[in-house]
Design a protein. Structure first.
Length: 369
């Protein structure tokens, strides 16, 4: 099927043969100023017959014509004067707008040039100049059918999406690694602080124990200390002396008991402090252990994440990942298609899939041997 709606084998009046040939070789034919719609129409009809790079010349003149025609005249003019559908006209105009390299359009034709518009302008020439894998065979764009070109571009976009996805995952992994490293640093600092807290708690506990022991000794000494009394016996009767001794003993005993009671209270408070210090040591030890375990877990997690990031950053491995996913999608689609076949053809396709499986297994076995 022609890329045009019709062809006419005449050179339009007012267009020289040289101008026509220049259009074929990528140069615009001389365009007169203040040209009428009749001239533009004749040139379009001529370029429809030239083919190749004339696609751009047609698109330029269609754009020129549309700008001159009044509202409501465009579609009738397309049908009656140049026999183009609106879609075809829009395609030619788009090609003229998008392509600066007329040779590329001439080499590929309108159909493939339209397909290439799916790529960014900056990538089209490089894509057209490279060979691409199509159905297991390397082909240039000029060697491909339109459908093969569409598939090659689709595969390219899928690969780009996969690469973008992997890059996003890599960036996210790197960010996660940085956050994990910061968390691990905090955990290590917390572990250091916990160890210092343990040492402080032990020091406090030791001081409390020593104070408790000291108070116990002082209390014991108070309790064992005899009550000493001294009374004046000058000019005192025996009864008076006995009464004075008794009173002195009572006062001394009361004083000793008060001292014992006070020391006992001090001891009780010291024991409470000692017990609290021991509990603080236990808590500090538990905190240290938890902090060290968390730091160790974060360290292991960070090391694992770093290895994962290193693997993702490996270009060969990244390419393998892209191709592997594509292969999975292809096998899944082949299996679906096999299931849709009739009973006569289905076994043949399954045998082919089995042969493919065996080939992959054989290659994998050779690589691991």
């Amino acid at each position: 099927m022609s890329m045009y709606d019709d062809t006419v084998d005449v050179t339009p009046e007012g267009v020289s043969e040289g101008a026509a040939l220049s259009g074929m070789f990528g140069e615009s034919a001389p365009v007169e100023t203040e040209r009428g719609i009749e001239t533009i129409t004749e040139e379009i009809i001529f370029y429809k017959n030239v083919g190749g790079q004339a696609v751009i010349e047609i698109g330029r003149r269609l754009t020129e014509a549309k700008a001159q025609l009044k509202h409501g005249e465009w579609l009738p003019w397309l049908r009656e004067k140049v026999e183009f559908s609106e879609t075809s006209a829009q395609n030619f105009m788009r090609i003229a707008r998008e392509y600066g390299n007329t040779h590329l359009v001439g080499d590929l034709g309108a159909s493939k040039a339209l397909v290439l518009l799916a790529l960014p302008a900056s990538e089209r020439e490089n894509f057209a100049s490279e060979k691409h894998l199509v159905n297991g065979e390397e082909k240039s764009v000029s060697e491909m059918s339109k459908r093969e070109l569409e598939e090659a571009i689709r595969q390219r976009k899928l690969a780009e999406l996969e690469r973008d996805k992997m890059q996003r995952e890599l960036d996210e992994q790197r960010k996660a690694n940085e956050e994990a490293a910061a968390e691990m640093q905090k955990a290590q600092e917390a572990a250091e602080a916990a160890r210092a807290a343990v040492e402080d708690a032990k020091s406090i506990s030791l001081a409390a124990q020593e104070r408790t022991a000291e108070l116990e000794r002082e209390l014991k000494a108070l309790r064992e200390k005899p009550v000493d009394v001294a009374v004046q016996t000058v000019d005192a009767s025996a009864e008076q002396i006995a009464a004075a001794v008794k009173e002195a003993e009572k006062a001394a005993k009361a004083k000793r008991d008060a001292a014992v009671a006070k020391k006992a209270e001090e001891l009780k408070a010291a024991e409470a402090q000692r017990d609290e210090a021991r509990k603080a040591v236990e808590n500090a030890e538990a905190g240290r252990k938890a902090a060290e375990e968390q730091a160790a877990a974060l360290r292991a997690e960070l090391e694992k994440a770093r290895k994962s990031a290193a693997a993702m950053d490996n270009k060969t491995l990244a390419e393998f990942g892209v191709l592997f996913r594509q292969a999975q999608e292809t096998v899944n689609r082949l299996t679906e298609l096999a299931g849709e076949l009739d009973e006569e053809n289905r076994p043949k396709v399954y045998r082919a899939l089995g042969a493919l499986r065996n080939m992959i297994a054989e290659k994998a076995g050779e690589a691991t041997a």
